[in-house]
Design a protein around this ligand. Structure first.
Ligand code: SAH
Length: 407
């Protein structure tokens, strides 16, 4: 096919020999796949992507300083303008409404007031995150191109959701790696940065300004609901509890006694407030501590639980960090297995996309071997459906959550 003139400020042409990953639906072009770059594009600009013969493959935003040099926005031959962004945001929100209406987001079927509205690549808006917490929206732009698109994204979010305010949590460390400044603040309107939202049957206060990520881990929402059958009468330990997520659900679902531990004292403070708000303080104790040390101490003290929940932060933030991360996951799971009664349950997660589901299962097999236990897989779960997964892009299915019974 004839080479055509390109309409964006730049074009990258891919090398001849490469896997057809991009054509099969994956949205990333790695630096090593690029043969030539023409034009005058600046980092963050939209460029055209062509195969080695010059055949148009799509448009995406470009950052020559990143290993992921182009993130594809569209395969259609059309400009990435305000109407385009508006369509993407609207489609993402329509999908959440559809998910809720069909019961994918829990028993409530009305348009969700607590949801991830835009989940980056999986919603066709690479590196753009938008979480709705009642009448405010918290956004993140995690790549240079995403930063450029942000004004149009904000317009589209305002038109689609009519929030009182949109707050940026652009203090995520990945921004520094993209050459972007770290900042947080209101970008549109204003509102309460301590919104109280309904997470299933619970009312949860979210710290939109000082909390981790966007303030609340929406990706675990479905898994928090799913522990309900394991809770009645149970003695429960939630070892990375943040602002109370799993622990509050366990207490609500009639656990006899719940302990929540987190290394962040701010998180523990808010978790305690959340327990009070839901009249669950009589059954939950939150305390600050290092989960690794606390699990060991509980084991030494002969403490036994019916259900242990592990939801650590990502131990592998890069591929290079994987071996160390595997040791960390194994260690924490091994320690948890030491305090679960025979017949009890372990709900264990990994949110690192560098660790495959298969490798995570293998870590559990090895931890069980060391603990002289065997594990029955009750359920293998991922992230909540408002964090969609592109089947062609395995990285978009980053959360793994195993429901295991200890035999
Ligand atoms: N399960 C929570 C989310 C957990 S996020 C929810 O449903 O909302 C991971 C948490 O682990 C963070 O709150 C972080 O503060 C905490 N953390 C990190 N390292 C830790 C450690 N060594 N011991 C205990 N908590 C830790």
């Amino acid at each position: 096919m004839a080479d055509r003139q390109f309409r964006e400020p730049g074009r990258v042409r891919l090398v001849r020999h490469r896997t057809p990953r991009l054509e099969m639906g994956h949205p990333w072009v790695f630096r090593s796949e690029i043969e030539t770059t023409d034009g005058t594009a600046q980092p963050g600009d939209v460029v055209e992507v062509a195969d080695h013969r010059g055949r148009y493959l799509g448009r995406g935003f470009w950052n020559p300083d990143s290993q992921i040099t182009v993130r594809l926005l569209t395969r259609e031959d059309r400009p990435v303008d305000a109407p385009f962004i508006h369509e993407r945001v609207r489609a993402a929100w329509q999908h959440r409404i559809w998910l809720a209406a069909r019961g994918f987001l829990g028993p409530r079927t009305d348009p969700p007031s607590l949801a991830r509205v835009v989940n980056a690549e999986a919603d066709g808006l690479p590196a753009v995150i938008a979480d709705r917490f009642g009448d405010i929206v918290v956004v993140q732009a995690l790549a240079r191109g995403a930063e450029r698109l942000l004004p149009a994204v904000l317009d589209a979010l305002e038109a689609t959701l009519q929030p009182r305010g949109i707050f940026a949590r652009n203090d995520a460390p990945v921004r520094a790696r993209e050459g972007l400044p770290l900042a947080k603040g209101w970008l549109r309107g204003t509102g309460s940065l301590r919104p109280v939202v309904d997470d299933g049957p619970l009312q949860v206060e979210v710290d939109g300004e000082g909390g981790q990520k966007t303030g609340y881990f929406l990706d675990q929402a479905a898994n928090r609901r799913a522990i309900a059958p394991l809770c009645p009468g149970a003695r429960v330990l939630d070892a990375f509890c943040y602002t109370g997520g799993f622990a509050l659900h366990a207490a609500y679902h009639d656990a006899a006694e719940v302990t929540g531990i987190d290394s962040s004292s701010e998180a523990i403070e808010l978790a305690t407030t959340n327990a009070e708000r839901n009249s669950l303080s009589d059954r939950i104790r939150f305390r600050a501590g290092n989960a690794f040390d606390e699990l060991r101490a509980l084991h030494r003290a002969g403490q036994i639980y019916d259900l242990v929940i592990l939801d650590p932060p990502s131990f592998a933030r890069s591929r290079a960090a994987l071996p160390g991360a595997i040791r960390g996951y194994k260690e924490i799971n091994l320690r948890a297995l030491g305090i679960i009664r025979p017949g009890g349950f372990l709900v264990t997660s990994s949110c690192s996309y560098h660790l495959s589901a298969e490798d995570f299962r293998q870590i559990l097999v090895e931890a069980a071997w060391d603990a002289r236990r065997s594990l029955r897989l009750l359920d293998e779960r991922g992230q909540s459906p408002d964090h969609p997964v592109l089947l062609a892009a395995p990285e978009t299915r980053y959360l793994k959550c195993l429901f295991l019974q200890v035999l």
